[in-house]
Design a protein around this ligand. Structure first.
Ligand code: GLA
Length: 736
């Protein structure tokens, strides 16, 4: 009997070690049916080891397919709708097209025939073709160690006639009870706010057309059982690992249960294939879990696998000069700032924008990546030598994909700018245009210039910015739209630089969090979540960013008060409590800070070094009270955790309600106390609480994990707009 299914699951030892954890092991079942394209008939929790043959046997492929297949219904086609791995009209798919192709302007309607399936561990290569249409398809699908499902398709033109690819999107089915959609939106200074609505019939699409995911992109598009939250409720999500134009969508028709997916958005003429040429989609990642925390933790595990060094090498405390000095570059000031940074415990000193030739403000000079000798007569070396001598790493801001029309580079190479036509340039954004990385000369120039800069100036780290939209982008070199090719070239550029400069770390910034996705994060080591450093804004921005990114990769800086972005004043403890739950940095003109502030900063930095978030499990708590936020970092080893309680505003409750600390061992005994000395939080205590909070001292209180998880503790009654850190430490495994 021909094979009826392919089960994709991790090896037994991995499944066992995972099954105890909240992120249970994943399985995906593909049903095979003759030469039709396989169908995903199940994905989610591993189905266990029931026998697949014999009288007692379970045949997951045939069994599930038989169990879920619909009857053929009136007034449609003579097939029941059950999407294959690449549904098309040839199988009766009536949802939004997943594949759209043209030859000489005429739509091509493929019907792929399965030719081979090759299982390789927990992944599988599926090969199919449509000889009539002159197409072949290679489709890879697998289950990662993180439990993520990973998909990618490659389409090849087997005909001599040019093939225009308009769309090749990927998706996965979701259970019918996933009737809510969770996604994110946002803007500059307020990235990644959650939004929820019903998953009704129709198409919901979140698109980006600006050459990067942008501030309002969704880190993942989630379909969930209604009422699901961070802690509970079945949910499934997709994420497109791509830093150019793209779409995440959810589609439901009267015939099709939910289907979620994503793909690249292509411009006319952007992907045109000659004979034997291929288009490879960006990778689609799919995650699932009970609660958004579980779903997110699979993305975290994936990124940690890509950056194994992070668990060995602590993420260095960073000082960034932007909000400290802006364009006021002066070698003496920089050196004094570096010394003060080292005194408070900083481990990486990053010189932001303003160091290169002619860059005295943001109106000029992008592209001229040589040190401005008017400001830095001996280059950056004297500073980077000092920084290294002080035991810190040296970092530098760059924005390589951009070019200022007022620059030496633009004068020398006006044809290196992406533009709609010879007669006009796109609208300017921050006085800049986009450099054509698809032009091999421009690309080589950048590789050479940047790698020489890193070597000559002693650079360990680049903050890599991208401050404008990529619009009306046609390459003067190729005469074709270039967002796809520009994105691929960016990846090549980053890969090449990392290869030429071993150990170099790179931060992804795009006016803050405008470019955060698994494509860029496979090549970069940190994200700048937002230009907004006001802690009360940051709490939700960092929470939204952590849907995809683990906390040790989310740059979070203690800035000055009042905030440069919101004008709001906050206490240092609140700013610190927010920044300590990410990759800690300081972005503050320490030259103006008073000695007491410096002393306190030193204390916060030292506290961070004792509990860095590397490798932690992140737990956002569902709080009924909209005025508060509770987030926990369960540190590796299972004994210590940090919890941030934030009172964003005053509450209906007086005092604030009990807060739960879930995810702890219910039978373990824990000590709960302030993280750091209670005096560090003294200024946050609300005078309308007339008596002390009994446990808020260095002794704290001892409680079973079950009480903490299910019932909770009373938080201090804080001033509105404050946050504190609570430390929870396991004392024994059993209650006394
Ligand atoms: C962008 C970044 C900031 C800073 C400036 C410098 O706005 O997001 O952090 O680096 O550029 O011009």
């Amino acid at each position: 009997m021909p094979r009826s299914h392919i089960r994709l699951r991790r090896p037994a030892h991995e499944r066992q070690s995972r099954s105890e954890r909240r992120t249970a092991p994943t399985e995906l079942v593909l049903a095979l049916d003759g030469d039709a394209l396989p169908r995903i008939v199940y994905w989610g929790q591993d189905l266990g080891d029931a026998p697949e043959t014999g009288a007692e046997g379970v045949d997951p492929g045939r069994g599930i397919l038989a169990a879920i297949s619909a009857q053929i219904m009136s007034a449609g086609v003579d097939a029941s709708e059950s999407p294959s791995i690449l549904p098309t009209q040839s199988e009766g798919w009536t949802g939004t097209p997943m594949l759209s192709l043209r030859r000489r302007g005429i739509e091509v309607f493929p019907k792929f025939l399965l030719r081979a399936t090759r299982a390789e561990g927990s992944s599988c290569l599926i090969e199919a073709e449509d000889p009539e249409a002159g197409l072949s398809l290679a489709f890879r699908i697998g289950v990662e160690a993180s439990g993520l499902v990973r998909l990618r398709a490659t389409l090849t033109n087997r005909s001599d006639t040019e093939l225009e690819v308009e769309r090749l999107w990927l998706g996965v089915p979701v259970p019918a009870d996933h009737d809510e959609i969770l996604s994110q939106t946002g803007h500059h200074l307020r990235e990644r706010s959650m939004q929820t609505h019903a998953f009704v019939d129709g198409l919901f699409a979140k698109e980006t057309w600006v050459g990067r995911p942008d501030f309002d992109s969704t880190s993942a598009l989630i379909a969930a059982r209604s009422g699901a939250g961070w802690e509970t409720g079945a949910q499934r999500a997709v994420h497109l690992a791509w830093s150019g134009n793209g779409v995440h969508f959810a589609v439901r028709t009267p015939a099709t249960r939910g289907f979620i997916g994503a793909g690249e958005l292509l411009l006319g003429g952007e992907v045109h294939l000659g004979a034997e040429q291929s288009y490879e989609t960006p990778e689609l990642f799919a995650s699932w879990g009970e609660g958004t925390n579980a779903l997110a933790s699979r993305f975290h595990a994936h990124l940690r696998e890509l950056h194994p060094g992070f668990s060995q090498r602590p993420r260095p405390v960073t000082l960034n000069t932007w909000e400290a000095l802006y364009y006021d570059h002066d070698i003496d000031k920089m050196m004094r700032l570096a010394r003060l940074g080292a005194q408070i415990g900083v481990e990486r000193f990053v010189v932001d924008d303003g160091w290169f030739t002619g860059r005295r403000d943001d109106t000029s000079a992008l592209g001229d990546w040589s040190v401005d000798t008017g400001v830095w007569p001996d280059g950056l070396r004297p500073l980077s030598d000092l920084v290294h001598a002080l035991g810190m790493e040296f970092g530098l801001w760059v924005e390589p994909e951009m070019i200022s029309p007022r620059s030496l580079l633009a004068e020398a190479h006006p044809d290196w700018i992406l533009r709609p036509n010879a007669a006009r340039l796109p609208l300017e954004g921050r006085h800049q245009q986009v450099l054509d990385l698809t032009n091999p000369e421009a690309f080589d120039h950048l590789v050479e210039t940047l790698s020489a800069l890193v070597a000559d100036e002693g650079i360990d780290y680049l903050k890599w910015d991208h401050n404008r939209f990529v619009l009306e982008a046609i390459s003067p070199a190729s005469g074709r739209p270039a967002v796809h090719a520009q994105t691929a070239a960016l990846y090549r550029l980053l890969d090449e630089l990392k290869e030429r400069c071993p150990g170099l770390e790179i931060e992804s910034c795009a006016s803050g969090g405008g470019r955060i996705d698994l494509g860029i994060l496979a090549r970069t080591d940190r994200v700048w979540a937002s230009d907004c450093t006001d802690p009360l804004e940051r709490i939700d921005i960092q929470r939204g960013t952590s849907l995809l990114v683990p906390p040790e990769m989310i740059g979070a800086h203690i800035a000055q008060s009042p905030s440069h972005m919101t004008g709001r004043a906050t206490a240092l403890a609140t700013r610190a409590a927010t920044a300590l739950t990410g990759h800690l940095g300081v972005e503050w003109n320490l030259l103006d800070a008073d000695p007491a502030d410096l002393e306190q900063l030193r204390a916060w930095v030292s506290l961070y070094k004792g509990a860095r978030p590397n490798g932690c499990e992140l737990v956002h708590v569902d709080c009924a009270d909209p005025a508060v936020r509770v987030t926990g970092l369960l540190l590796p080893g299972g004994r210590r955790s940090l919890w941030r309680f934030a009172a964003l505003t005053t509450s209906q409750h007086y005092p604030y309600e009990l807060i739960r600390l879930p995810g702890l061992d219910p039978r373990g005994l824990y000590r709960v106390r302030p993280h750091g000395r209670p005096e560090m939080y003294a200024r946050l205590m609300n005078p309308s609480a007339l008596g002390p909070l009994e446990w808020w001292d260095e002794e704290g209180v001892r409680l079973p994990g079950g009480v903490l998880a299910q019932w909770g503790i009373r938080p201090p009654h804080l001033l509105p707009g404050s946050a504190v850190l609570i430390e929870v430490e396991k004392l024994g495994d059993e209650q006394p």
